[in-house]
Ligand binder design. Sequence first.
Ligand SMILES: [Fe+2]
Ligand SMILES: [Fe+2]
Length: 292
Amino acid sequence: MDVAEVERLIKISKEHPLMPETFIPWQQDPLPEDIFLPEILTSLHGLEIYDTLTPAQKLELGRHELVQVIASYSWGECLFCLFMTRHILTLPPEDVEYRFLLRELIEEFRHQEMFGQAIAKLGGKPIRQSGLHKFFGEFSNKYLPADYLFMGSVSVELVTDIFGNHARRSPNIYPVIKKMFDLHNIEEGRHILFTKNLLKKYAAKAGYIKRTLYSYVILFNILFVRTMYVKREIYARIGLEDPDKVFKLATGNFKKKFSETCLVDIINFVDEWKGFNLATRWAWRWILEANV
Ligand SMILES: [Fe+2]
Ligand SMILES: [Fe+2]
């Protein structure tokens, strides 16, 4: 990406900031016909048990799972902000990359504030990350080199962007949530553009082993995101009898759904720099059920 293009992105960020305070109709409460998460994105849709739920249970399932999605976004973005803050210390402040990442930091902090407010508006009680998520999130954030972290971030952004697109385009979605995803989609679009181009430079120089490692970093980041959504406790909250059994069914169901709905863009990206090879393809198929 040339300097002029990054300067253009910085300019848009400065001249057309999207403020969650005014962009989102916070004063609007959900109407009785509003939903929180499109049915297709809920973990139980597609299973027989879903058809046995009452309309109120379906609505509640969507609300709790959406809260989980938002809280996971927020945590992931906060971790990435920690990394960016450390990373810009290695760059001269007049450098175009430094100045873009500052804009990204500003926007990501606004997003986290917006996510927190949305959870409060939904009356949500997010379930904390598991110990394993915490450990891997914090460990990789601290110790992986910058190119690997950018690879991880773009994979998460591409996957969650598709998720958000499904949500904001679905009819009947609660307007506060629709506008939240709209705002996020616009600003993340610029982050993705910048990061993808930054990574093209890294990937162009990478040999077989490095491309294999990049591919695995992306794969594990996606797995990391996918496993943050489906929670046993949510099934207990909506009054299902055997939450453990439902959890098992839902995990398999969501894995399949996730691979069908959320992986298109990231697969194209990895394919662009030949990240699928003999050493990686089997893992993508086996772990993510990806069609590669
Ligand atoms: Fe964000
Ligand atoms: Fe971002």
